[in-house]
Each structure stands twice: as C-alpha cells, then as structure tokens.
Design a protein around this ligand. Structure first.
Ligand SMILES: Cc1cc2nc3c(=O)[nH]c(=O)nc-3n(C[C@H](O)[C@H](O)[C@H](O)COP(=O)(O)O)c2cc1C
Length: 186
C-alpha cells in the first residue's frame, strides 16, 4: 500500500475530517418552553454509564436551557429530515417554537422533561452529569438514562457533516473485518 503525498492544511479546517459522527438534534425544556438545536460536535466518552460529551455554543438558546434544566434529549434524524436539520440550525428558539415551525412531534420522555422528537429514528434521554467544563469549553458531559430506538432498519441512513454545506449520507456497511477485532473492541 502506497503512502499518500500530502500538503500543508489549515489547522482550523481539520474539523472537516473529525466531525462525521451523525448529526443530531438536541431537544430541551425549561420553564414551560421547549427547543431544538442541530449538533455535530459530540463524542462518546464511556460505555457504562453511557456518557456523551457535547459542545454547545454559549450564544445558542439551548445552552442556557440544557445547563439550567440539566437535561436534554439527543435525537438521531435520518436523511429525509435534512432540510429541517438545516432549518433548525439556522434559527433560534429565542425567536420561534421550532417544534411548530418544523412540524415535528414532541413526545413525552420517560425520565426527563425534555421532549423526544417523534420523527427521529432514535431518542436518547440524557442528564447533565458534569457541568465543570461548560464555562471554559462549552463542554456538556451527559449521561444517557433511557434510549428509544426504532425496530428497523438496523442501519438507518444518517447525516454526517463535512463542513461547507456538505453532508455525507451513511451508506454501505461491512462486517468483513469483524474477525480481526479484539472482543473488547467490538
Ligand atoms: C450541521 C450543523 C451542525 C451544528 N453543530 C453545532 C454544534 O455542534 N454545536 C453548537 O453549539 N451549534 C451547532 N450548530 C449551530 C446550532 O444548531 C445553531 O446555532 C442553532 O440555531 C442553535 O439554536 P438555539 O439558539 O435555538 O439553541 C450546528 C448547525 C448545523 C447546521
């Protein structure tokens, strides 16, 4: 296998290679209001308890709602929701009710007050378990306390952001390399 020839690349742009986890919609509720934001900057932090780290910009309305309620729901949209995903990211819950504007169904959760989005393939109810990095890094450390996932398809077509208005849509899967894995990495 040949090594790639490379050129210098702006460090501010490396996010384009690191981002493509699924784009998610974060729903929240606080003092009678609900809201939704689009999010690409998240990471898995632990198996058990199931922990996820998220970056929420301090200027977003969702920032105060998630910080103060200490809860949210991470919803996984599929490609058919792409125009709504962009629209939700282009607007602020300070100005509009995004459930109404984007025709999405707020479904009551089991463990948190924040609503699930009915049209999303999966919904993960989360509690904020560490707020110590919010002020410095806008990093919210969440624990998933309840998960709701559609029975099929097994591998939904999700959206993955490459920056500059380009989405990758999840496609082919292979288990050809499964036998190479150490069991604990499966
Ligand atoms: C594809 C995409 C990914 C985004 N990822 C993030 C993110 O990871 N963190 C963040 O704070 N904002 C992100 N945004 C921007 C927010 O979704 C946007 O600021 C939104 O309007 C915030 O809504 P709110 O003010 O109602 O909270 C993203 C937007 C798009 C379109």
């Amino acid at each position: 296998m040949k090594a790639y020839e490379k050129r210098d690349y702006p460090v501010s742009e490396v996010r384009r290679f690191m981002e493509p986890g699924p784009i998610v919609l974060v729903s929240s509720a606080w003092r009678g209001d609900t809201n939704i934001m689009t999010m690409g900057w998240h990471m898995v932090m632990e198996f058990v308890p199931s922990r996820i780290g998220c970056y929420i910009w301090s200027e977003n309305h969702s920032f105060g709602m998630v910080r103060d309620s200490r809860q949210c729901v991470i919803n996984i949209p599929t490609v058919d929701l792409a125009p709504k995903v962009v629209g939700i990211g282009n607007s602020s819950g300070r100005d509009i009710d995004k459930f109404t504007r984007f025709g999405l169904t707020a479904v009551q959760g089991a463990k948190v007050e924040a609503p699930l989005i009915g049209e999303c393939y999966a919904n993960f109810e989360c509690r904020l378990v560490d707020s110590s990095l919010i002020r410095k890094y806008s990093l919210f450390v969440l624990e998933v306390v309840k998960a709701h996932v559609a029975a099929s398809p097994r591998y939904p077509r999700t959206l993955h952001y490459r920056g500059d208005g380009v989405f990758m849509m999840s496609g082919a899967n292979t288990s050809r390399y499964r036998k190479l894995f150490k069991p604990q990495n499966l």
